[in-house]
Every structure is written in structure tokens, then in C-alpha cells.
Unconditional design. Structure first.
Length: 263
């Protein structure tokens, strides 16, 4: 089976500024990846490139076995779900939750098609799997931030994508909402026919066990990539953050704090 994502020697320049510098990254079938990087590290640039919104200045890129330059990127995007906070701002806030979910099948803002029993059943199934079925008939604007994120994930899944990108989904969530959302993502990863998950974050503690692999990105360069258990450890993260850190493991998740320095 062909690789899900295959970037080799990719550069992306904006004027004289190099935003991606010799990035190579391979995502194989059956792998779920976390992409870890601080603000400005190039995470969004890579996501835009995977979705075909920008083109490599140099290097090669294939997504779902389709090499850029040989595929209609509009068709490719139909196989990729992207959940981001910016999408929330474009949705009609008065829409009912299930209508927001169903609109994902048609890639529309708002729902203009006649609702079928099949669509309603599928939306109910997805909302139940993400523990948000109780939001049925609720206006989107009345939902909490965590509830909105679950609705957006269900919306993305409505189109049966082969890749699901979760772009900093815990931003703006309180501790308890964050944990509920992460539990739902962990559960999602265990379901049959789950798409390849790409989880983008700058917090190591959000990387739940579902994410078998992790990519470390800093200033447009890949610092390390591989199995999460070998990436999220003290020496590697201290090098990555360019600051001595202490790594603590709790419930198969990694929490990082800055190491104390001697006075």
C-alpha cells in the first residue's frame, strides 16, 4: 500500500524567506502522527501544502499516493478533513448541530440539500461516537468550545476522509473540556476504518497514546521524527526546545517543565 504522505526534500520560500527547509516526512498506512512545534515553526505551512493550497518551491510531495503535478488537487482535497478554529468563524452560528455535521458531506457552509434519512442516521452515529449526540437540535452558537470542536470533527468525518487533520483542536479549552476532547480523539483512533489522524499542537501533554509517531518541527526544519516513545524523551526535547527540560510521564502522556537551574 502506498504512503499516506510522502514529502522529500521540500522547501518553501516566501520571497527571500525560507519557511520550510529541506523537510522530509513519510506517513505510512496505519500510523497516526502528532506534529509538535512552537508558534512560527511551519506547521500551518505544511498543512497548507498537504492540502494543495501552496506548492513546494523545491522537492517532491505525494498525498494518498498522488504525486503533486499529476493530480487534480481539488479532487484530492475531498479525501482530506481539516478541523481548525478558523472554520468555526465561517459557520452559520444559528445552524443546528446536526446540520453543521451533515454540511461536511457537501463541503458547504450551511445546508442547502434536502435532508435524507441516510444523512441523518450517519450524523447521529458520528455524534454518538464523539459523545456529543446530546447536542442534537442545539444551535451551534450555544455550544461550548469543546462541544463545537467535537461537532467539527464529526463534520469532517461526514465526508469519509482518508486523512483527518486536527489543527490545535484544544486551543481555548479549559482543562476538563480538553480532557474530554482528547478522550474522544483516543476513542476515535480505536474505531474501524478511522482515517489517518494528524494532530497538530505545541503541547506535548496533548499527544495521547493514539499517536504512535511524532514529528518535531522548529523554524521550518524537521528536528526529529519517529515513534513517539523515542521522540518525547528528555534529551531529545531539551535539544528541540533549546532549553533543558524535565519530562514526566503520566497515563502514557508526556508533560514537560523547564528544568530548575542552580543559583
Amino acid at each position: 500500500m502506498e504512503n499516506v504522505i510522502d514529502m522529500q526534500g521540500v522547501y518553501w520560500n516566501k520571497g527571500s524567506q525560507v519557511l520550510l527547509n529541506n523537510v522530509s516526512w513519510t506517513v505510512r498506512p496505519g500510523e497516526h502522527w502528532a506534529m509538535l512545534g512552537l508558534n512560527g515553526s511551519g506547521k500551518t505551512t505544511i498543512l497548507n501544502m498537504i492540502n494543495g493550497y501552496i506548492w513546494p518551491s523545491q522537492g517532491t510531495l505525494s498525498v494518498l499516493g498522488k504525486k503533486f503535478g499529476t493530480v487534480d488537487l481539488r479532487d484530492l482535497r475531498k479525501s482530506i478533513g481539516w478541523v481548525s478554529s478558523s472554520l468555526q468563524e465561517r459557520l452559520y452560528r444559528s445552524d443546528k448541530a446536526q446540520h453543521v455535521v451533515i454540511s461536511g458531506k457537501y463541503a458547504t457552509i450551511g445546508l442547502y440539500q434536502r435532508l435524507s434519512d441516510e444523512d441523518l442516521s450517519r450524523a447521529e452515529e458520528l455524534m454518538r461516537s464523539l459523545d456529543c449526540a446530546h447536542l442534537w437540535d442545539r444551535q451551534f452558537l450555544t455550544c461550548s468550545q469543546g462541544e463545537k470542536q467535537k461537532i467539527l470533527i464529526a463534520r469532517a468525518l461526514m465526508a469519509d476522509p482518508q486523512i483527518l487533520i486536527l489543527d490545535e483542536p484544544c486551543n481555548g479549552l479549559d482543562l476538563f473540556s480538553r480532557e474530554k476532547l482528547l478522550d474522544s480523539i483516543q476513542d476515535l483512533s480505536q474505531q474501524e476504518e478511522t482515517p489517518t489522524l494528524i494532530y497538530v499542537t505545541h503541547h506535548t501533554e496533548e499527544i495521547v497514546p493514539a499517536f504512535s509517531h511524532t514529528l518535531l518541527l522548529r523554524r521550518g526544519e524537521v528536528i526529529r521524527s519517529g515513534e513517539t516513545e523515542h521522540i518525547l524523551e528528555t534529551a531529545t526535547l531539551s535539544e528541540f526546545f533549546e532549553t533543558p527540560v524535565v519530562v514526566e510521564n503520566h497515563r502514557q502522556r508526556v508533560f514537560v517543565r523547564v528544568a530548575e537551574t542552580e543559583a
